[in-house]
Write a protein that binds this ligand. Structure first.
Ligand SMILES: [Fe+2]
Length: 270
């Protein structure tokens, strides 16, 4: 368990997750942050820099070069170990598991030893203070990096994770999490749980724009949508044979499989 403390952060923060090897989206977000005057050390990433898209190395190198604080996602953990699959938590035999094999094998071939070392060295938690509150950044759950916590998950499920985190890092006011790919915020008995969503894939709502969030200097959260070069990202996927469904999802705004989603969050008839 590696915990990295970023100390006291002042000013506006960018919160984002899931670049997913989508360099067009990551480039657009970094440009957005430049324009907003948010320096790289205040751009907080919840992990899964590498996943479905065409440019895993370019994404890793960009966050490395900028020095963006990143917690390890399940994709980084598993690529660092040379594991056989992404460890996303999909059940065997589901459409998600079958779809994951193609992009994971592709990323596995592309990633170089130096990038695996970088992934292996990523912290499991980031902590910082901002606007008088103590924040902790995780990927999925505290006990299980691949735990899916959805906007509609039970309050007890969130409390379980918050209790584990408080055992690890002490009192916390805000949890910033990733992994599920859907942005939301919940207030869990005084602890603010924020998932800024993913920038590399839209959140299954029929729009191609992806998601991120900002925290104002006073700690106010705003969930945002990211416009970027979707056509370029799709063309890059097609050029390397990534045509198993995530390419279409970038344009349609709908995931190629709903297996992973709670039933209440699936499209009618989906
Ligand atoms: Fe993940």
């Amino acid at each position: 368990m590696q915990i990295r403390d970023l100390g006291e952060l002042e000013g506006k923060l960018l919160l984002f997750g899931g670049p997913y090897s989508n360099i067009q989206a990551l480039d657009a977000l970094m440009q957005w942050a430049d324009d907003a005057g948010i320096p790289p050390e205040r751009r907080i990433c919840t992990g899964d820099v590498v996943a479905y898209g065409a440019n895993p190395r370019a994404c890793v190198r960009l966050v490395q070069r900028l020095g963006v604080p990143v917690v390890a996602g399940n994709c980084e953990k598993n690529l660092a170990e040379g594991a056989e699959d992404c460890g996303c938590g999909y059940e065997k035999g589901t459409a998600c598991a079958a779809l994951a094999k193609d992009w994971y094998d592709y990323a596995q071939r592309r990633i170089k030893p130096a990038e695996r070392e970088w992934m292996a060295a990523l912290p499991d938690r980031l902590t910082f203070r901002h606007a008088g509150k103590r924040h902790v950044v995780i990927h999925g759950g505290a006990g299980d990096i691949s735990r899916f916590l959805w906007p509609i998950s039970f309050e007890d499920d969130f409390w379980h994770e918050i209790s584990l985190l408080q055992e690890e890092v002490g009192a916390i006011d805000v949890v910033i999490a990733g992994h599920c790919g859907v942005p939301f915020e919940r207030n869990i008995d005084g602890v603010h749980w924020i998932n800024p969503g993913a920038i590399g894939l839209p959140p299954h709502d029929g729009l191609p724009e992806t998601c991120f969030a900002t925290l104002s200097e006073d700690g106010e959260i705003t969930l945002e949508r990211l416009e970027y070069d979707v056509k370029g990202a799709v063309a890059a996927m097609h050029a390397v044979g990534l045509t198993q469904g995530y390419d279409k999802a970038l344009q349609s705004g709908y995931w190629p499989s709903e297996d992973v989603l709670p039933k209440a969050m699936r499209r009618k008839g989906g």
